[in-house]
Design a protein around this ligand. Sequence first.
Ligand code: SF4
Ligand code: SF4
Length: 323
Amino acid sequence: MAKPKVAFYWCASCGGCEEAVVDLAEKVLNVVAAVDIVFWPVALDFKKSDVEAMPDKSIAVSFINGAIRLSEQEEMAQLLRRKSQVVIAFGACAQLGGIPGLANLWDRRSIFDWYYRQAPSVAPDGSAPATKVKVPEGELELPAFWDTVKSLDQVIDVDYFVPGCPPTPKVLLAAVEALLGGKLPPKGAVLAGDKSLCHECRLNDSKPEKILIADLKRITELQLDPEKCYLAQGVICLGPVTRGGCEALCIEGHMPCTGCFGPLDQTPDYGGTAVSFLASIVDVNDEAEAKRVLDKVADPTGIVYRYSLARSKLGRKRLEAGA
Ligand code: SF4
Ligand code: SF4
């Protein structure tokens, strides 16, 4: 019997999601034995033209990681959508826009101005990437750099989402087994449980029923007690509002949860929920006190929308006219 054809592709990605496949270790051999990998640019020499030549819907599953930042990424996502029966947004960047989505606090012009003209480490010569560049040999074309970073489902229809930055080997394996075994949940599901991280965190027993803290602390400000709930120690840990399934790996590494598994099914907006949760645990009596505590949060957007600004209700900072 012919093996199902599988494709992997990366868009605006750090490469960590590709590493996640390799992190399957010897189990990757079982996956490779069960499927026919027909496209995986990071590991194997396939070209776009190879995909274009495939019949529509001939790929059983495409795993696409990374956010959509360039015209080329949007084009490849559309091509893989056409060629695939199932498309999976793999990892926080594809699911929610991820860390690249924080660039939605700026626009193309301000990003290029900084990186090619103003940053202290550059010797500006007035040049910045352009979509068409003339060279002696002819004209070169580069992909367009969009003002706005998008999640995968903001540009194509997505069947399933695998959360994580990157997804853990366990989550990836469970997704592959569900796909190969034909045991898939309804379309649109996130392929991980729907309970918050606290439910699987070993420190949950030390978390008071009602947390009230008079001060928020940065992780550098104290010696964390690794046996006591980090939130109860005053460090922002987003476990209560974040989907579990990661086996609390960061907590085990003595780091609080930063929210990479994203929102639970019924959460309308991850950042909004995180703000509302944090506001409910800060125990202050007046506005000045509240301001003192909140001023200690160095990068509020980067904390509550670290992985999900692009897919949030806000989406981005308002574009200036003419930007
Ligand atoms: S989800 Fe995380 S690991 Fe995957 S590409 Fe984005 S930043 Fe990298
Ligand atoms: S708040 Fe953080 S440290 Fe505390 S139980 Fe939840 S995940 Fe664990």
